[in-house]
Structures are given as structure tokens and as C-alpha cells.
Design a protein around this ligand. Structure first.
Ligand code: SF4
Length: 378
């Protein structure tokens, strides 16, 4: 192998990260990749398995990300209710939603794999069980609890644990996602549903990959996910089908992009390192030096980042400091398409000369809005 080859792919990402172990991905973190697919900074940090939580803290920003212990406890409690008595609630909901017949009811806990619940063993057992179910649908159980799926992210294998997999409704597998946000009068919070759909799309993708590797038709994994939530703030589960084709497509493109991460790495300054230089559990690298290294990775900040990425406070401060329109959100950026900065927008509002017909049109709209604002304030 040539020296150049060892500096490509995972080796190069390892060099970028330094001697620390790569952090594990999970469905949440992989789903977040699809939330801002244009951001190269996030793509590189995730591909290299950089600990974004430690990085943001060392840069002097709070690490306010992830679920609180209360939210996790609530999640576990609701999951236990949904899965109790051999998945009785799930079977009821599948009958309502997918017209599952009564005699198809069955339950199989994949976590019961032998005496050894190691991840590789559980994954092999999952493959065996799902293959047998797909090839012999007449003998298969309906539900597969705690399966372990695997996905390759930028050269690293990531294990994923869906809440449950429902099987064999019209010879199709459906991923079941269990969430704790309430469905009130048949309506749920749209951003929460979107986040759940992105996460479920990761499982659908991983399951389709598994089917392909077994020589089975990946189309047997449905793009409709069964989303189970509490009804009207009670603990009574209700369910809806959610079409995840769009997040699935974004995720597929993003994973493909990560597998071609060398193209992005080629653009980086030679010798760039994101190593925190840990001594025990303490990072020793000067924060300013680390900030400069992170800033060398091109970011695409939007206010939505605050909900999905640990680096959001750093990227927001950076976007504000350079007057980027990104800091005001995608809607504003798209509305002012063609302007490169907040400063330019302010110049146009003030009536400064424009330098293109596009700027002229935007200046007219901005000045009109300013007049409306001034009248309202007056
Ligand atoms: S917070 Fe920063 S790194 Fe994360 S997705 Fe947004 S722009 Fe990219």
C-alpha cells in the first residue's frame, strides 16, 4: 500500500481525530446528518467520529444537546407499556392500520440470542431470524423485538437498535418507531414528527441494506413507518403511518457523500487536526487553536441546527460574526437569494446603489417592508 493510500479513507479520518477513540453513532446522530446535508463541517466531524460534545465544551460553549434523563425515563416507561404482554398494543394498532389478520399474531425477542448478547452475535442472530422470516413467511412471527442492524458510515460499522420491527403484513416488513410526544385530536407537533421520520428512515435504510446483503428484495421493507405515540397526553398508545421516502432519499445521498469523504478532505489545509490532545479526561489543546481548526471546515449554519447538532452555538457565533445570512435561517436566506451578507441587505434597505437587477428587485421589496415597519411603529 502506498503512503498516499494510507492517508485516504478511515486512516485519514483517524489522523484528523487524533488518538481518541471514535464516538459511536446511533440512529439519532445518523438522522441528524440528513437534517443539514449541505454542511461539510458536520459531515467531516461525524465521519471522523469526533466527540462533538467535548469539542464544543472545550470551545467554551454549553453542551445542551441530547435527551434529558427525564425524557429518557419517560421514553422507557412508554416503550414498556407499548411492548407489554407480547406487544399486545402493537398488534392491536397493526390490525387497525395495516389490517393484520388475527392468526398472524406472533412475537419474537431477538435479544434472546443464546446466552451472549454481544453486538456481533445479536446482529448475526437478527440476520438469521429475518432471513428465515422472509423466506418462510408462513412460519414467521409477526413482531421482532430488539433486533440489531448494522450500517457502514464512512468506513465504520455502526450498530442500530430499532424499537421493534413488524413483519409480514402483505409480505412486507414495517419499522415501528415508539415516541413520547402526544397526538392530540389526531394532530402531532410537525417538527417532532419530521425528526421521528428522519430517525425511522435510518432503520428502513439499514434493514434494506441487510435484505440486499442476504439476496432478498429490499423493496420488501416498506417506506411507510408505523409511528406509535401517546394519545391525548395519556399513556394509551395510538399509531399512524408515516411515509419516510423523502428523508430516506436525503439520508442515502448523505451516506454516499460520506463514503466519498476523501473529496471533501482533499480540500482541507494539509496537516489539519481536530485532536483535543486529551490528558486523561482533560483536553489540553489551546481553545483558540482548536477554534481555528474547526473554522477551517466549511459550515452551513441555520437556526434549525440548534435542534440537531452539538456544534450549533459555535457555528451560530461564527455566522453572526461574519454577518452571514445563514444565521437568519433558510427562509430569509432563500427570500434574499443572491445577497451574500446581512451588511449588503442593510445597505439595500438604506437606499445604497445596487449592482444588479436581482439586487434591485430585492432592494424594492426590502424598502417596501421597511416602510410598512416604520408606519406600524409610528
Ligand atoms: S451546527 Fe454547525 S456543524 Fe452542525 S450542522 Fe449546523 S452548521 Fe453544520
Amino acid at each position: 500500500m502506498s503512503g498516499l493510500d494510507t492517508w485516504r479513507g478511515p486512516n485519514r479520518l483517524d489522523a484528523l481525530r487524533g488518538p481518541s477513540k471514535p464516538v459511536d453513532h446511533n440512529a439519532r446522530s445518523i438522522a441528524a446528518l440528513a437534517a443539514n446535508p449541505a454542511c461539510q463541517r458536520r459531515a467531516i466531524l461525524d465521519a471522523a467520529g469526533i466527540d462533538k460534545g467535548s469539542t464544543i465544551q472545550h470551545l467554551g460553549y454549553p453542551h445542551q444537546f441530547g435527551q434529558s434523563p427525564f425524557a429518557l425515563a419517560r421514553q422507557e416507561q412508554f416503550k414498556a407499556i407499548v411492548k407489554a404482554h407480547g406487544g399486545a398494543h402493537i398488534l392491536r394498532l397493526l390490525r387497525e392500520l395495516l389490517h393484520l389478520s388475527v392468526e398472524e399474531a406472533g412475537y419474537h425477542n431477538v435479544e434472546d440470542a443464546a446466552d451472549d448478547n454481544g453486538r456481533a452475535v445479536r446482529h448475526r442472530h437478527t440476520r438469521t431470524v429475518l432471513r428465515s422470516a422472509a423466506e418462510q413467511p408462513e412460519h414467521a412471527a409477526t413482531l421482532f423485538d430488539d433486533p440489531l442492524l448494522k450500517l457502514n458510515v464512512a468506513g465504520y460499522d455502526v450498530y442500530l437498535e430499532p424499537d421493534v420491527i413488524a413483519f409480514q403484513v402483505g409480505r412486507q416488513f414495517h419499522v415501528v418507531a415508539i415516541k413520547t410526544f402526544a397526538v392530540v385530536d389526531g394532530q402531532a407537533d410537525t417538527p417532532k414528527v419530521s425528526a421521528a421520520a428522519r430517525e425511522a428512515a435510518v432503520y428502513v435504510h439499514a434493514l434494506r441494506e441487510l435484505f440486499s446483503s442476504l439476496g432478498l428484495d429490499p423493496a420488501r421493507v416498506a417506506h411507510d413507518v408505523v409511528l406509535i405515540c401517546p394519545k391525548d397526553f395519556m399513556n394509551f398508545p395510538t399509531a399512524a403511518l408515516v411515509d419516510v421516502r423523502h428523508p430516506l432519499e436525503v439520508l442515502r445521498r448523505q451516506l454516499e457523500r460520506l463514503s466519498r469523504i476523501d473529496d471533501i478532505l482533499d480540500e482541507l489545509p494539509p496537516g489539519l487536526s481536530l485532536d483535543l490532545r486529551m490528558e486523561g479526561k482533560t483536553p489540553t489543546r489551546p481553545a483558540a487553536e482548536l477554534a481555528a481548526a474547526v473554522s477551517a471546515l466549511e459550515a452551513r449554519y441555520a437556526p434549525e441546527c440548534l435542534a440537531v447538532c452539538e456544534m450549533a452555538y459555535f457555528c451560530r457565533a461564527e455566522a453572526r460574526a461574519c454577518g452571514s445570512l445563514e444565521a437568519l435561517g433558510r427562509t430569509v436566506r432563500d427570500d434574499l437569494g443572491g445577497l451574500e451578507s446581512i451588511d449588503t441587505a442593510i445597505h439595500l434597505i438604506s437606499g445604497d446603489p445596487v449592482c444588479s437587477p436581482e439586487q434591485d428587485a430585492i432592494a424594492t421589496r426590502l424598502q417596501y417592508l421597511r416602510r410598512l415597519h416604520d408606519e406600524a411603529v409610528a
